[in-house]
Design a protein around this ligand. Sequence first.
Ligand code: CQM
Ligand code: MG
Length: 356
Amino acid sequence: MRSPKDFFAPLALGAPAPVREIPVTPSRMIHFFDPGNEKMAAKVPDIAKKVDVLLGNLEDAVRADRKEAARAGLVSIAKATDFGRTQLWTRVNSLDSPWVLDDLVTLVTEIGDKLDVIMVPKVEGAQDIHYVDRLLAQLEARAGLTKPLLVHAILETASGVANVEEIAGASPRMQGISLGPADLAASRRMKTTRVGGGHPGYLVRTDPTGDDLNEGRTTYQQDLWHYTVARMVDACAMHGILPYYGPFGDIRDVVACEDQFRNAFLLGCVGAWSLHPVQIDIAKKVFSPSPSDVAWARRVIAEMGDGTGAVMIDGKMQDDASVKQCRVVAELADALAADDPELAAAYDAATKETLG
Ligand SMILES: CC(C)(COP(=O)(O)OP(=O)(O)OC[C@H]1O[C@@H](n2cnc3c(N)ncnc32)[C@H](O)[C@@H]1OP(=O)(O)O)[C@@H](O)C(=O)NCCC(=O)NCCSC(=O)C[C@](C)(O)C(=O)O
Ligand SMILES: [Mg+2]
């Protein structure tokens, strides 16, 4: 392990200095597209205006015989498109695949100045991040880049979950972590065949009320991903990086998608993936705090003055800790509203109604 004193030293001569803080820009949805798919690629300039993050996917969901086409497609789309304030990310192939070396060399060399974040799949431990970290530094130096590329890990192996804290802190490039429920289920030998979401068989049941064990016993479906998402959120918060829920594969079930995204939002995630255009607005709605929550948060902050002591507001106790909770919501709202006049107006209208 490197000495903590060297943690922020560039890993190659001429590479840009690592960032000291991860930029917290809106990233409510990471929108996946296959850059080698002409139909999807044609929609990119329009979709770029609607999403916080656009991600050119080179890994799973791209057929083996289309890997080169996807890589070349991403290079030409990145060169030809003005993404405005929308971030451009990519997901490269896994570190044990025959494609990843060319993915990294080509993308950093050709479009390293356009890319913000490189998502690395199937990360198992800090060693995977260290490998990518050094290689990126070498490639950045050779390409003359002035801004370091950031790295996002997917949590989708049992060893990745066991090592999630060391992964989150493995490099100053670490921007965030997403849950990868499909590979993770396979790696853990879970018996669900769904891509994210719940399962009706994973439940708790109320006690029997009489002799008939089947009579009158309500069941409640539980969240298969609660433990992993909560662990991921803690690891990310501890290291000052951002946690995301990953994909929800039942594209048709927009209702359950919204529920899964909201669970993640409430637990601390900043965003989720959109695999299809229909999921973009779901993520935008869920990962933007509601106007009434923002109004309440602003009211508590206003009434708490210097943020110390205890007051009663509408029958609820507020103190130094609850004002911090309110600041989390209010600061997120301000950051999102800065880029979105409609959201800003909705927040201000609700606040005016609450504060008068
Ligand atoms: C699900 C699919 C096959 C349905 O695609 P479709 O064409 O059958 O759907 P559609 O409803 O008919 O599509 C309507 C239109 O939207 C377009 N379209 C459709 N999707 C997109 C998109 N994302 N971006 C831009 N455009 C899109 C599509 O091309 C079509 O265009 P058209 O009107 O001109 O015919 C398709 O949406 C798709 O391939 N999405 C991306 C899938 C993907 O990236 N999967 C990998 C991430 S999840 C994962 O890897 C797991 C994880 C983390 O690793 C782990 O848990 O382990
Ligand atoms: Mg996966």
